[in-house]
Write a protein of this length. Structure first.
Length: 271
């Protein structure tokens, strides 16, 4: 049995649990492109010759590039932040303020990992001014993902990282490329608000546009797989997909496991 690899970041909506299902639907090819890479669970659990991994969150991509360039130094420096002294509310908010003020990309990459592991429940959220505003998580001893960082850094040698709009990432695709899209999901109800993705709204117009872009990519010989909530709206916008698979998944954003519910998701394949 092949060992599954976890991302080194905690990530709301991460695809670790679904990676087997998604990989079975992903077509074979030489390069996998991910316009919304997030924590990278599909990248970590797939096997392509090369990868183009994009995310609009520049802090996330900066962290990945830093780890790709010099993993040993980064890991050693990051581990020093995971101390008892830094696992206090006052120190967390102090370091969060430093993150929001500094323009030093290396220091930001260290603090991004620290904030991710010490902040509340794997959230990544910014206010309208671009400030990271996830509250303190109150964990007894935040986990330092040493082995996960090493594995990511090793596999990252096959990756080109970008931070741009998904439309621009699609423009980089050509015949034979495989594209996996994990966009901010459509809300399950009219009263639910859209996920704020790196400070940028991703509304119904963008959802429909992504489906159109996928069809255009299919026309030039790329293959595209998109995951999203299973709703009347998503079934409509993906109606031109070659195939659609519907599945039930557990929501893990809640801390209280008893309140987690299974919801419908779908995988739309254009090939």
């Amino acid at each position: 049995m092949v060992k599954k690899n976890r991302a080194f970041l905690k990530w709301a909506g991460g695809k670790y649990a679904l990676s087997d299902t998604i990989n079975k639907m992903l077509p074979k090819g030489e390069r996998l492109i991910e316009p919304f890479v997030g924590a990278g669970s599909i990248f970590l659990n797939s096997d392509y010759d090369s990868y183009l991994l994009n995310d609009i969150n520049r802090d996330l991509v900066n962290l990945y590039k830093t780890l790709q360039r010099d993993s040993a130094t980064f890991i050693a420096d990051a581990q020093m932040l995971f101390s008892m002294q830094n696992n206090e509310s006052e120190q967390y908010y102090h370091l969060r303020a430093e993150f929001n003020q500094t323009t030093d990309t290396y220091y930001r990459s260290l603090l991004f990992l620290y904030l991710n592991r010490h902040g509340y429940n794997g959230l990544c959220r910014y206010n309208k001014s671009g400030g990271y505003n996830v509250p303190f998580g109150k964990y007894k001893k935040p986990y330092f993902p040493l082995e996960e960082l090493k594995f990511f850094a090793e596999k990252a040698q096959r990756v080109e990282f970008t931070s741009e709009c998904y439309r621009n990432t699609f423009k980089r695709a050509g015949k034979g490329d495989v594209i996996y899209c994990d966009p901010p999901y459509v809300p399950l109800s009219k009263t639910a608000s859209f996920v704020s993705y790196a400070g940028n709204g991703f509304g119904l117009d963008e959802q429909a546009d992504l489906a159109n872009v996928a069809e255009a990519a299919q026309a030039i010989g790329a293959r595209v797989l998109i995951s999203n909530h299973d709703t009347v709206w998503t079934r409509k916008i993906y109606e031109n997909a070659s195939s659609i698979k519907k599945i039930k998944v557990s929501r893990t954003i809640s801390r209280a496991t008893t309140t987690r519910k299974k919801v419908g998701e779908l995988l739309a394949l254009y090939k």
